[in-house]
Write a protein that binds this ligand. Structure first.
Ligand code: C5P
Ligand code: C5P
Ligand code: ZN
Length: 470
């Protein structure tokens, strides 16, 4: 991967003008921030365009524009369609030829090289790594930035924001694979540190009772949503809420106090019958951006802020923040964050009302016009991650859009280890009904024509049945 990054960097240096095309989510925005900063430092003129997905219209326009393009956090799923473009790709989605069995890896690589005549492509799947957890779109962009100049290792902080935004640390409660190399770069550059700590939002910014009151992953029975209970809970553990006039934040507590709170929360969760896997999620590795202040210090909160922009057609605001603009843009992003939180609460409430339907190999719900297509995937991830719904079936979520029906699919590691691969399911089943899709084994998506949901579900069930060897 480092060698490929070097080749791409050398190619980039040949141009004095580049168009960056990136995805609208936290990873895509971080990736664009990295690409843009690295080009700025090289003195290469560039513009950034954010898109929800790379479809035929976008590709056609790009071909007409005839510019050198740097795709970040997308492109790999459309390799065949990009053949005549002058482009480099740094992405982590499953590349379009993945249907070829892995046992034919050698042929696979030959084919990639053939397709790549004009496209220089950096993707972990080409190097036997997993794009869902080893490295994100921002990470691949970072490798090229680092190859452009060793001074760019400060951009590793954004690469970690991207990886955390794509939930790459969820399964192991820590980042693994190439992400660890990137972390180490961040440590060396003095821009990142990491430690095991409570996973909730606001460690550095919220009074401790508020951290508990707003805890949502996992929810803490009786505490989440109830201010008085949170205050009583802390007082009951002998924790002073204030120091002088100031509310104490999580980072102000002593190690012993933090330990007391965590072990009490875990006890509550276990007593309420939540499994160990969920209770363990209270703790995990957290990533701290040393040069940032407030919410931006926590990689997870930084990523959520970026999602609050990108998912509401305001990716540019997140991008400015990535570039270091902290005044006007940060305020705008913070107000978008409030809206994002409300949208998620309302979406989850709607799903509660309509319920989830279980088929043989899939569970699903339809958000219709009530859930935004840009957050339907987040709600599906939250539901499956909450442990409150069936963990034995992947979840499919639908939403209406102007272009058709958006599908988001999410799975568990346990199903993946049994053979399930949602990137293939989304790609194949959507093709069958005249749509298109792709993604990762554990999280993938598609757009399909109106009214084809039933056929799409049936086709997907058949593919999943085969994948699971039933
Ligand atoms: O387009 P992109 O690759 O950036 O998005 C990855 C998606 O996969 C994110 O929406 C993320 O939430 C999801 N994901 C997940 N569970 C994982 C890993 C990724 O839901 N374990
Ligand atoms: O949109 P959603 O969050 O469900 O997407 C999950 C993953 O699938 C993301 O990595 C996204 O980029 C990818 N995806 C794709 N093609 C689509 C829709 C989603 O590759 N048509
Ligand atoms: Zn990504």
């Amino acid at each position: 991967m480092y060698n490929r990054a070097k080749v791409i960097a050398n190619e980039i240096k040949k141009y004095d003008e580049i168009l960056i095309i990136s995805h609208i989510d936290a990873d895509g925005i971080s990736a664009a921030g990295i690409a843009s900063s690295s080009l700025m430092r090289e003195g290469i003129e560039h513009r950034v365009q954010f898109i929800k997905q790379l479809d035929n219209t976008v590709i056609k326009n790009l071909k007409n524009e005839n510019k050198m393009v740097w795709f970040t956090d997308l492109g790999s799923g459309n390799l065949h369609e990009l053949q005549d473009l002058n482009a480099v790709i740094t992405d982590h989605h499953v590349p379009s030829q993945r249907e070829i069995p892995l046992s034919d890896r050698k042929d696979l690589l030959t084919l990639f090289n053939a397709v790549e005549k004009n496209t220089l492509h950096l993707n972990p799947h080409l190097f036997g790594r997993d794009g869902a957890r080893d490295i994100s779109g921002a990470g691949t962009a970072y490798l090229v930035a680092k190859a452009l100049s060793a001074e760019n290792i400060d951009l590793s902080a954004l690469a970690i924001v991207g990886a955390v935004g794509d939930l790459q640390s969820i399964e192991n409660r820590r980042l693994i694979g190439t992400n660890r190399d990137i972390l180490n770069d961040g440590g060396k550059a003095g821009v990142l540190s990491w430690k095991i700590d409570i996973q909730f939002f606001g460690r550095e910014t919220r009074p401790v009772f508020k951290l508990l009151q707003y805890a949502n992953d996992p929810l803490i029975p009786k505490l989440t949503g109830n201010k008085e209970n949170c205050i009583d809970f802390l007082l009951g553990l002998g924790i002073d809420l204030k120091e002088g006039e100031e509310w104490r934040k999580w980072v102000d507590l002593t190690k012993a106090e933090r330990k007391r709170i965590v072990s009490e929360i875990v006890t509550i969760l276990l007593k309420k019958g939540f499994g160990h896997a969920l209770a363990e999620r209270v703790l995990g590795e957290v990533y701290i951006l040393q040069k940032e202040e407030g919410a931006l210090r926590a990689a997870k909160e930084f990523a959520t802020l970026l999602n609050s922009c990108g998912r509401y057609e305001k990716a540019d605001i997140g991008y400015q923040i990535c570039l270091g603009d902290r005044d006007k843009w940060l305020k705008k992003a913070e107000s978008l964050l409030l809206g994002h939180r409300k949208t998620l609460v309302n979406s989850l409430q709607f799903i509660k009302e309509i319920g989830i339907t279980e088929k043989r190999y899939i569970q699903y719900f339809h958000g219709k016009d009530e859930i935004l297509d840009s957050v339907i995937g987040i709600t599906a991830s939250m539901l499956l991650g909450s442990g409150e719904i069936n963990q034995k079936l992947p979840i499919f979520a639908f939403a209406n859009t102007k272009e058709g029906i958006k599908v988001s699919a999410r799975s568990t590691r346990s199903l993946i280890s049994k053979g399930l691969d949602l990137s293939i399911v989304m790609k194949e089943a959507s093709k069958q009904v005249g749509g298109h899709g792709g993604g990762h084994n554990i999280a993938a998506g598609a757009t399909i024509p109106y009214g084809t949901e039933e056929e799409f579900l049936d086709t997907s069930e058949e593919i999943i049945r085969k994948q699971l060897g039933k």
